[in-house]
Design a protein around this ligand. Structure first.
Ligand SMILES: [Zn+2]
Length: 546
């Protein structure tokens, strides 16, 4: 097996003993060493590869909270507010009105051959359009013979046309379900609002398994988005991971040209705490080089902008009722205790500070029963944690993955509507987390916001909202801290820091290949740095040809 030494304009290592080097030697998919050419030549015969001579290498970027569904969605029509890049690298312009969305769906409709094939759009976000309602009449303009649906960016509302309502058996007067708003004529408006209504209706407008989780093509498309954004390791934070799905993941990620290590978490839903922990522990032995299994994702509450997050006093700024528990406290306790006993890591989604408090208190009680000096249980989102909660998390050995992209996408709404000015300023408190010494990373939660760790780093560094307001300037972090968060920081939260996250001897040869030096460009330009591609396990993937 031969050794290849790569030169680069600069290699940022995340190894504090030699933060920047000029060369890295790769042998058998692993890093043989980083340093000068002379130092690395001491390892014996090598081939010098200078294709990255004008590039900047970073450790392969790590997305600690995303969903491979981001790849699957591109089999459907994007109708969101913001510009968004698809797996082919094409940027789809953001749509600013219902008419624009109808026009794009019409165009997609005209390309369909089978007259009965449903048409499904995704990413629609009326919160930016003064909360205008989309109706079945709007979607009837796309087609009145073919079922048409539009899934909202929040994932909490589905719009369908008249044909879709007919197929779902809902096109009648007298519906009394609160999730089915009615028009003046007594018929449904076409908006469907709760999972038990959306799911049965959704299958008539194309919401199949591929849309909801992943299929082979979706998983491959997800990996292409990873290469385009410099990601070499990505969580898939919450899958059922039944036997079929694990097999599909193994097949797809096992292909020689699959460019990402997927870290697939088992979601807590659908199994008792005992079965959940036993099953997840049993999955560990099915892990491979590019498929990490054996971790649990628990969802404790909902979302802040959907007013379904659990808030402590004084609650929502606009007076909305408190949100929803997605898990009972005794169930959470049983999962934590059994997982600690079995050595299975748990990542818990908490958005509101009441949910965060429950997770912290449950953690403390569970650790008394099952002490573990290195559990690294991680709170995901944890957007509204108070300074006292961060201090407590630090004492308990917890990690955090903060939702930095939220400042940009919903910061203005958080300021004026959901949590109000004071708490909006301290949301996703990266500075506080670091000051308390909590292992921290930041995330996109793709497809909730687009995959792209450099964008997420930009969001944490600048804390800029969509309207241009700087929200929480005292919680900003430096570029160096943000780059650490999207590499080694993320690796620590997934207990993978012995394997990935830095460019140093013994680790997997995973690099993000950038066109520019993120430590030299203006902090405001961090998100605009070009990504040439990646190296994963020593294999080279160029974004332009992926
Ligand atoms: Zn998520």
């Amino acid at each position: 097996m031969k050794t290849t030494i790569y030169s680069a304009q600069k290699i940022i290592t995340m190894n504090p003993n030699q933060p920047e080097v000029s060369h890295v030697a790769v042998h058998g998919g692993r890093i043989l060493g980083a340093g000068t050419l002379e130092e690395l030549a001491g390892w014996g015969p090598y081939e010098l590869n200078e294709r990255f001579a004008d590039k900047v290498l970073l450790p392969g970027l790590i997305e600690g909270h995303a969903h491979s569904m981001e790849g699957a969605l591109w089999s459907f029509t994007y109708v969101g507010w913001f510009d968004r890049m698809d797996p082919n690298g094409k940027v789809w312009g953001g749509l600013k009105t219902v008419d624009d969305a109808v026009a794009r769906l019409k165009e997609a409709e005209s390309a369909l051959e089978d007259a009965d094939q449903p048409l499904l759009g995704w990413g629609f976000d009326p919160i930016y359009m003064d909360n205008v309602r989309m109706t079945r009449a709007d979607l009837d303009r796309v087609s009145d013979t073919r079922p048409v649906g539009v899934m909202h960016a929040s994932g909490h509302i589905l719009n369908v046309n008249t044909k879709g309502l007919e197929l779902a058996g809902l096109m009648k007067q007298g519906n009394t379900h609160p999730g089915i708003p009615l028009g003046d004529d007594g018929f449904p408006t076409g908006e469907l609002k709760s999972p038990e209504i959306m799911m049965p209706a959704g299958k008539h407008v194309g919401m199949d398994r591929a849309f909801l989780s992943a299929d082979q093509e979706g998983l491959r498309n997800y990996a292409r988005l990873c290469v385009r954004s410099g990601v070499t390791t990505s969580s898939d934070l919450g899958q059922q991971l039944d036997d079929d799905l694990v097999e599909m993941f193994s097949d797809v990620t096992g292909a020689d040209d699959y460019p990402v290590c997927m870290v697939a978490f088992r979601i807590n839903m659908g199994l008792s705490p005992k079965d959940l922990v036993d099953y997840t522990a049993s999955l560990r032995e099915r892990s491979t080089d590019r498929l990490e299994l054996g971790r649990i994702k628990v969802i404790a509450d909902g979302s802040i902008q959907g007013f379904s997050a659990r808030m402590r006093w004084p609650g929502y700024y606009n007076g909305a009722e408190n949100g929803l528990w997605y898990i009972a406290p005794d169930q959470l306790a049983e999962i934590f205790e059994r997982a600690l006993a079995a050595g299975v890591q748990v990542h818990t989604h908490t958005n509101g500070d009441e949910a965060t408090q429950l997770a912290i208190e449950t953690m403390e009680a569970s650790l008394r029963k099952h002490p573990d000096l290195d559990h690294r249980f991680t709170l995901q989102h944890c957007q509204l944690a108070s300074p006292a909660q961060f201090r407590k998390m630090a004492r308990l050995g917890m990690c955090v993955n903060l939702f930095a992209n939220h400042h940009f996408y919903w910061g203005d709404e958080h300021y004026s509507l959901t949590v109000g000015p004071e708490r909006a300023e301290r949301m996703n408190a990266c500075r506080t987390a670091l000051a308390e010494g909590i292992p921290m990373t930041i995330h996109s939660d793709a497809p909730v916001t687009p995959l792209g760790p450099l964008f997420t780093a930009w969001a944490a560094v600048n804390r800029c909202t969509a309207s241009g307001r700087v929200l929480g300037k005292n919680e900003r972090i430096s570029v160096a801290e943000a780059l650490y968060a999207i590499t080694l920081g993320a690796a620590v939260t997934m207990k993978m820091d012995d394997l990935v996250g830095s460019i140093e001897v013994g680790k997997r040869a995973d690099f993000a290949v950038l066109e520019d030096d993120p430590t030299k460009v203006a902090p405001e330009a961090l998100k605009d740095i070009g990504v040439w591609g990646t190296v994963q396990g020593g294999r080279i993937f160029e974004a332009a040809t992926i």
